[in-house]
Design a protein around this ligand. Structure first.
Ligand code: EPU
Length: 339
């Protein structure tokens, strides 16, 4: 266990945060050694979806980093693969794409690690990880019990799961499952998802008429690189806010004023409006104040240019939320975990 450990390299916002206690976990036995020590654990994975609100984290940060990828079983149609939590997500996706396995190609280049993928049901370009997760292996940090969550038990929803509801810190709940491995069921023959946004246009403009799995992964990477700040170069956590889910009445009201408002269906009563569009239309895109700002190619992304403090992001977040509330009457909620 380390004391007063710098998390600067372990949060993609790049804030200079110090943890009172820190421990990397490389094996399940490392986890067992922790038991009984304290129940005040914060589980930190790739650090690409977390904002520490203060520069000192007065608690115990555990950093699960178990490695390994195994093919568990295989038939003519599907392959079951287990990845341990510490594998880097984008490398895992590249591995499955190189093996011509369908299911994760639209999730290429998402920052973070495999163990965190189910927590907020990561999604991009018309795909969500929930559609490939077979089961999730956990160990409870308080009792040491292991439990396997089936896909259904994970209660996946848009940017949500039972693990997200447990919270990032263990204090709030009696049970705190740490995800140490995830089993994915991938297909040997699948259909490519090309309908989201500009995937199809991008393929056409590159003269790819009969795209392969690898073409789709490469396209997603290219589109991401155009829109999102490069991890490790500019501090960010990808989307800072969730997209807004509003009533049909609210949507009609906005649409009557802004006929070009983009939207995605949710159910008969609610509809999703991209928060990036709302923030953009409220005039924030490219805005910069001191060390932080709103990314000029995607308004959903708040950035830290270096040398700043978490409070600057929190202040900017509040101003944006208030402005969107005033202009559209819509509440936008953070997607990032704020601790
Ligand atoms: N838009 C604007 N201005 C902006 C940003 C977006 O007008 O500044 C409009 C776009 O023109 C488009 C719509 O909003 O019509 C949606 O934009 P985009 O396709 O870029 O996706 P998003 O809804 O803003 C979501 C995910 C991203 C994911 C993309 C692509 C959430 C919170 N975010 O963003 O995920 O990469 O779709 O699938 O659902 C992340 O979670 O960190 C993340 C980057």
């Amino acid at each position: 266990m380390e004391k007063n450990f710098s998390l600067r390299e372990l949060n993609t916002f790049g804030f200079d945060v110090t943890a009172r206690y820190f421990q990397e976990l490389k094996t399940l036995d490392d986890v067992k050694e922790l038991l009984g020590n304290s129940s005040r654990f914060l589980i930190l994975s790739g650090g690409s979806n977390i904002l520490f609100s203060d520069e000192f984290y007065d608690g115990f940060v555990v950093y699960p980093n178990l490695k390994g990828i195994e093919i568990l079983e295989e038939n003519d149609e599907t392959v079951m693969i287990r990845s341990y939590c510490g594998e880097v997500w984008k490398d895992f996706v590249d591995y499955t794409v190189s093996k011509n396995l369908y299911g994760l190609e639209n999730l290429a280049d998402i920052p973070g690690k495999v163990g965190a993928a189910p927590v907020q049901n990561i999604g991009a370009y018309g795909a969500e990880v929930k559609d490939t997760v077979y089961q999730v292996h956990t160990i409870d940090l308080v009792s040491g019990e292991t439990k396997v969550f089936s896909n259904e038990e994970c209660q996946f929803a848009y940017r949500n799961s039972i693990f997200k509801q447990f919270g990032v810190c263990s204090l709030k709940f009696e049970v705190r499952p740490l995800i140490y491995a995830v089993d994915f069921k991938l297909k040997k023959h699948g259909e490519l998802k090309l309908d989201y946004g500009n995937i199809r246009n991008y393929l056409i403009s590159n003269n790819i008429t009969n795209p392969t799995l690898k073409d789709v992964a490469a396209t997603v990477k290219a589109i991401r690189a155009e829109k999102l700040p490069e991890v490790g170069v500019v501090g960010s956590v990808g989307s800072f806010f969730q997209n807004a889910i509003v009533s049909m009445d609210k949507y009609q009201e906005i649409k009557s004023l802004y006929p070009d408002v983009p939207s995605y269906p949710v159910d008969d009563h609610f509809i999703k409006i991209p928060s990036g569009w709302l923030i953009d239309r409220a005039g924030w895109k490219g805005h910069r104040e001191n060390h932080v700002g709103v990314w000029d190619k995607q308004a959903l992304v708040l950035v830290h240019y270096g040398g700043g403090k978490p409070q600057e992001i929190l202040d900017l977040m509040k101003k944006i939320q208030e402005s969107v509330q005033t202009k559209f009457g819509v509440e936008i909620k953070p997607e990032v975990n704020i601790v």
